[in-house]
Ligand binder design. Structure first.
Ligand code: GYE
Length: 306
């Protein structure tokens, strides 16, 4: 046996493809919108779609990929829930001759590489998203001392790691700001609310909440209101995604900003897959451009939101 080639497996050109989409969980509007985008694209892109839902378990997500490999998919689209536990799934797909595209989250780049173990990562620049939130806060916070609570995404996931880095590095360059607590709410509304309730008791002087996604921001707003605080007046709430509820919270004056992170990956997946089958060289990172939503434009975008 020769050494495995340092290239992803090729994809043959044909009329219809059996496409695997191994979703990680479906407990929030972002995930549901992403899954729907793949189902919608299946019709227009001639896919027989095999879609699974790992219900928040990285181990189940790996097992779901195993079963897709056994079912003979031609190509795999994988949003890895966490950076390290999903590496075996990427490796097994390659060994089975199936090209993999990572969508919306990535894996540890020291171990699994684009242009080798997988074709490409399709998604946003999470460091930049965090940095843009920090810059908006620096420009718009009008107090003397910013006391920040940070609600982190899923521990060990690429967006949680990078949204923290991008925000923290930038905000701490300005001496007005201090991050007094930073804790995971697993990208979920309920956990965001619970963690915020606890952190509010330890840090009643908080006046800025940075959540790594909108669902946790909405949970935090609920916790703040329950404690008699006035989000938008005495606490600035900022986050990332651009969900309908977040845009509504901006319109209602309860949230300051959300930097976009789009879940609509289906059409991009179709396009990149076709280019790959045609033998084109695919950039290792197919980067998605993100808009920014504030009180100036939230109302213009709420109808297209999810
Ligand atoms: O921001 C979050 C979701 O991986 C980019 O995951 C995605 C993130 C998104 O649960 O809401």
């Amino acid at each position: 046996l020769g050494a495995a080639s340092a290239e992803p497996p090729p994809l043959e050109q044909k009329e219809r493809y059996k496409v695997g989409f191994a979703q990680m969980e479906s407990n929030n509007p972002w995930r549901i919108a992403e899954t729907k985008s793949f189902h919608d694209t299946a019709e227009s892109c001639n896919w027989d779609l095999v879609a699974t839902d790992a219900a928040g378990s990285a181990a189940k997500q790996v097992a779901d990929v195993d079963s897709m490999i056994a079912q003979g998919i031609d190509v795999l689209f994988l949003p890895p829930r966490e950076e390290k536990p999903l590496i075996p799934a990427v490796m097994k797909a390659k060994a089975a001759g199936i090209p993999t595209f990572l969508v919306d989250r990535s894996v540890d780049p020291a171990v699994a590489k684009p242009g080798d173990h997988f074709v490409a990562f399709l998604g946003s620049d999470f460091i930049d998203q965090g940095k843009r939130v920090a810059e908006w806060v620096i420009e718009n916070f009008d107090g003397d001392k910013g006391v920040i609570v940070e609600l982190e995404g899923t521990t060990g996931s690429s967006p949680a790691n990078d949204r923290k880095k991008g925000f923290d590095d930038r905000i701490l360059q300005d001496e007005r700001f201090e991050i007094v607590a930073s804790q995971s709410g697993d990208f979920a509304r309920d956990q965001g609310r619970q963690v915020m309730e606890t952190l509010l008791q330890a840090h009643p002087d908080v006046n800025i909440v940075y959540a790594h996604n909108d669902e946790m921001a909405i949970g935090a707003i609920q916790a703040l209101e329950l404690a008699g605080r006035k989000p938008g007046e005495d606490v600035l709430v900022v986050s990332i995604d651009g969900t309908r509820d977040a845009l509504q919270a901006i319109i209602d004056g309860k949230m300051g900003v959300t930097v976009e992170s789009s879940p609509f990956f289906g059409p991009l997946a179709c396009e990149v897959m076709k280019r790959y089958a045609a033998g084109e060289e695919i950039e290792h990172w197919v980067q998605v451009e993100d808009r920014i939503f504030t009180k100036d434009n939230a109302v213009d975008h709420i109808d297209e939101a999810y």
